[in-house]
Design a protein around this ligand. Structure first.
Ligand code: GDP
Ligand code: GDP
Length: 437
């Protein structure tokens, strides 16, 4: 199970600076698509062999000092509900404010571990500033300078120490885990009800039990599987949840803990920015994907040409990854909802697929022979052999070549497309590496 750390605190205390410091080195290694909005708010890091995600909750709020009190409370509460450790950042230069006290009050009731970090302590002699932060009643504060890095090692040690023990996990790893994600009102709870029956709608809302309810096991349609975070879908508050912050934080947790995501899209609205952001979260986490265009009952023109056009529009928006299934369904009339589940199952199988090395070489080597990578500065590139690596999160292929550095992206994509066309990897990301041999 993946772990999430949430950074909370009022504007200008240095949350985003700290977020960058904690995630930067990691992102330099992982070649993420740069420039997406989420990069500034959500990243992964690793410390002492533990990998975890970090969310900067401040990335979603308007930078203003008069954010509504109720809004603050809900944001902090959501961080507590959906994350494993809460990192409360304060400003050591300017001291405590009423806002800080307010947040501290909520955090004191948190069943999840809280770490207090007093930022902007750029030199050790600023430690005297710590005294007033003890009175928050949240344990020993850590001194920190997000700008120059002072104290970050100790802080990361403390975070890792407080992450939940990985071994407490009675989930069967052999079974597929599906997450139903999408923006508010796309129809997530409706399709869930359609899948599993109305009896499940009753949610006993016991505080502190959120962790336990992240996976619910089902045996439906003759299959055994888990649905991830159904409680999160159900616990939808009556308040305005249209704010992206809420759907994104809930999506992150569900996506990270799934194998395949069913991305619910509202047929009457098409793909919008918020759908794209969730799609990017799925991609960044290398999960399988089924797009479910829901509320199909509301769409008037459903000729084959209309459907094709609709499909193309979606693939166009989600390019370059286009090899995924799209199902037009209605949670209301239950049209094709069984197909959605079947397809998610199929994508899961595709994601597990192992192509025998002999078969891979028998088909790919003649192709490579006929269409070799273009020569570079008069040097010929020879790919000799390929294999699929065992035990990887997504299907991963390694091609051995004499001059791997000259095999460029277009050729890699050519190989990927061939692999996709010969073996069924519909809905799953795949990786291709070229190594020297
Ligand atoms: P956020 O609103 O909480 O995300 O705060 P930012 O990360 O945007 O930082 C607010 C301001 O505080 C910026 O001008 C930062 O350069 C500054 N800042 C952040 N961390 C430190 C620090 O460790 N020391 C000092 N002196 N300034 C900092
Ligand atoms: P969620 O926020 O993603 O969980 O969305 P809900 O399942 O709560 O659905 C939002 C609204 O869309 C509700 O009023 C549903 O009745 C409606 N809805 C959901 N699925 C369908 C559908 O397939 N067709 C129609 N016409 N309405 C739907």
């Amino acid at each position: 199970m993946s772990n999430i750390v949430a950074i909370v605190g009022r504007p200008n205390v240095g949350k985003s600076t700290l977020f960058n410091r904690l995630t930067k080195s990691r992102r330099a290694i992982v070649s993420d698509t740069a420039g997406t909005t989420r990069d500034r708010q959500y990243g992964k890091t690793e410390w002492c062999g533990r990998e975890f995600s970090i969310i900067d909750t401040g990335g979603w709020v308007v930078k203003s000092d008069d954010v509504f009190e109720s809004e603050i409370k809900r944001q902090v509460q959501l961080a507590i509900d959906e994350c494993d450790v809460v990192l409360f950042v304060l400003d050591g230069e300017n001291g405590l404010t009423d806002y800080d006290e307010e947040v501290a009050g909520i955090l004191r009731r948190s069943p999840k571990p809280v770490i207090v970090a007093v930022n902007k302590c750029d030199t050790f002699d600023q430690q005297y500033a710590l005294a007033e932060f003890y009175k928050l009643g949240l344990g020993d504060p850590f001194i920190l300078s997000a700008v120059n890095g002072l104290g970050t090692g100790e802080l990361l040690d403390a975070i890792v120490e407080k992450l939940p023990n990985e071994t407490v996990n009675d989930v069967d790893d052999e079974l597929p885990k599906f997450a139903i994600v999408g923006r508010p009102n796309a129809g997530k709870s409706s399709i869930l009800n359609a899948f599993i029956g109305e009896e499940r709608t009753v949610v006993t809302d016991i505080p502190g039990t959120t962790r336990d309810s992240i996976y619910t096991r089902y045996n439906k349609f003759g299959r055994d599987f888990y649905l991830v975070d159904t409680a999160g879908i159900r616990k939808k508050a009556k308040v305005n949840e249209d704010l992206e912050y809420y759907s994104v934080i809930r999506s992150i947790r569900a996506i990270e803990n799934s194998d395949v995501c069913v991305l619910m899209v509202d047929a009457t609205r098409g793909i919008e920015a918020q759908d794209l952001n969730i799609f990017q979260l799925i991609q960044r986490n290398k999960k399988g994907l089924v797009v479910c265009v829901n509320k199909w009952d509301l769409v008037e023109s459903k000729s084959n040409a209309d459907i094709k056009a609709y499909e193309n529009a979606i693939r166009g928006r989600l390019a370059p990854f286009t090899d995924f299934p799209i199902i037009f369904a209605s949670a209301l009339t239950k049209q094709r909802i069984f197909k959605v589940m079947e397809t998610a199952m199929q994508v899961y199988e595709n994601k597990q697929r192992k192509v025998p090395t002999a078969q891979l070489n028998a088909q790919l080597l003649p192709l490579i022979e006929a269409y070799p990578p273009p020569a570079n500065k008069g040097k010929y590139i020879k790919i000799k052999y390929c294999t699929q690596l065992p035990n990887t999160q997504i299907p991963t292929f390694v091609f051995f070549a004499n001059l791997p550095q000259y095999v460029k992206e277009p050729y890699r994509r050519f190989l990927e497309n061939k692999i996709r066309s010969w073996w069924n990897f519909n809905g799953t990301p795949i990786s291709i590496f070229i190594r020297e041999k």
